[in-house]
Design a protein around this ligand. Structure first.
Ligand SMILES: Cc1ncc(COP(=O)(O)O)c(C=O)c1O
Length: 421
């Protein structure tokens, strides 16, 4: 039986990759038990993770899962602090890793705790005057939407909110058409948390720079899922995190600042690290030697374990797996998800693009007449973890798959969905 399933799965993968999926879901029969060994294949990466077989985790878009090697590295460094008093460090290593992984110079990276922190550093740090305009989308995550609305209300900045169109090129048109003489910033997701559509950020940023408009990209998703080179996007600011697709420790992130744009972004918080020298006493109040690297934006004591853990994630993705393989695995599984859902309900509505240039490891859908929230809740009760998209009242089921997911996971997901119909 196992043998049959394995050859069946192999066939399913082949047909998914080549002829656009067949009837593999119905012909497979029911899946019994969760202990089926994972077939050792080219992309069998699941064994590097400690994920329980009791559930299928398909919510990498909210929080990634670290491989065991990354956890080991994180904990080893934290133990050294607590057993040998060896604290601090790891920053240089991490900035170098980020530069190797995402391009640019190590000094262009400020280390943060999450995407939202980098977003706030930009949205609260930039100087605006009343009536200035920021263009953003109607699919922003709370981590961007709330800082945007907060700053807008505080300083009288006008938000020009454009819709994400199912066709990415039309999304680009919406964004560029919203630009006026008063536009100071485009604040856009590289990939919104909602539909998995990759935006044409390089093209948009080029158009913005021609018009002297600054660009901030919310990069919560693509780093670690797709091959990304931030400088070639041509944005001024790019905020990302280590804890989603980069599979790093929770509570890690970065803000990339294009060097010329650093002069336009004063730090919101300052402290040890921001200035190299200071004197404060009854006679003198002075500080000097401003940081010339990302330390302009981050400060104070940090956790070396988190930094070194994230550097280990970069090695895992780049050197052990290879980002081309990672990207094609994530996209292939998301196509399998799409086709399995289509097969179960032919009226299913997909908001992720079919065009592979704009496709990611995220597949979002809605089944007419069914609440996506209920589907997500029922899936969770059955051990399948997916996310409900509530943003902009879209009511979608979002399935996000990464290197630890397998065809077997897609099969378990689709069988569970089939049972709900
Ligand atoms: C597009 C997008 N932006 C921002 C965030 C916030 O990320 P963080 O929790 O790391 O601040 C998320 C989180 O899911 C997201 O999907």
């Amino acid at each position: 039986m196992k043998q049959n399933r394995r050859s069946f799965l192999k066939k399913a993968v082949l047909s998914t990759a080549t002829i656009g999926m067949g009837s593999w879901l119905t012909s497979a029969g029911r899946h019994h038990g969760s202990n089926t060994p994972i077939e050792k294949g080219k992309n069998d990466w699941k064994s590097s993770f400690m994920l329980s077989d009791q559930m299928v985790y398909m919510n990498n878009g909210t929080m990634g899962v670290s491989p065991e090697s990354v956890l080991d590295q994180t904990i080893t460094a934290m133990r050294l602090a607590d057993t040998m008093g060896k604290y601090g460090g790891g920053e240089e290593e991490l900035c170098q890793s980020l530069a190797r992984f995402l391009g640019g110079a190590p000094s262009s990276y400020a280390l943060t705790r999450n995407v939202t922190e980098g977003t706030n550093m930009v949205l609260m740090g930039l100087k605006f005057k009343k009536g200035d305009e920021i263009v953003c989308t109607s699919h922003e995550h709370a981590g961007t939407a709330i800082p945007l609305m907060y700053r807008s209300r505080k300083d009288g900045i006008v938000l020009k909110v454009v819709d994400i169109h199912p066709n990415p090129m039309q999304t680009t048109d919406h964004i560029l058409s919203a630009i006026t003489k008063k536009t100071r910033l485009l604040c856009l997701p590289h990939m919104p948390c909602t539909t998995g559509q990759l935006l044409e950020v390089a093209y948009i940023c080029r158009e913005a720079r021609k018009r002297n408009i600054l660009t901030f990209i919310d990069g919560a998703h693509p780093p670690g899922m797709l091959k990304v080179d931030i400088p070639s996007i041509g944005c001024d600011f790019y905020s990302g995190c280590g804890h989603k697709w980069m599979l790093g420790p929770k509570g890690t992130g970065f803000l990339y600042v294009h060097p010329p744009a650093a002069a336009l972004l004063p730090p919101v918080f300052v402290g040890a690290g921001t200035y190299g020298a200071y004197l404060l006493n009854t006679q003198t109040q002075s500080y000097s030697k401003p940081a010339t690297d990302g330390h302009k934006y981050y400060y104070g004591s940090q956790n070396a374990g988190l930094f070194l853990g994230l550097a280990a994630s970069v090695s895992f993705l780049m050197d052990e797996l290879g980002m081309e393989q990672v990207e094609s695995h994530a996209k292939r599984l998301s196509l399998m998800v799409r086709d399995s859902v289509k097969h179960i309900h032919e009226e299913a509505v997909f908001l992720c693009p079919d065009d592979m240039r704009y496709r990611t490891g995220v597949c979002s859908f809605r089944i007419p007449g069914m609440s996506s929230e209920t589907i997500c809740q029922q899936m969770r009760q059955k051990g399948i973890i997916v996310r409900h998209v509530h943003e902009n009242n879209l009511d979608l089921v979002r399935v996000s798959t990464h290197v630890y997911n397998t065809e077997e996971d897609v099969f378990r997901f689709s069988e569970t969905l089939k049972d709900m119909m």
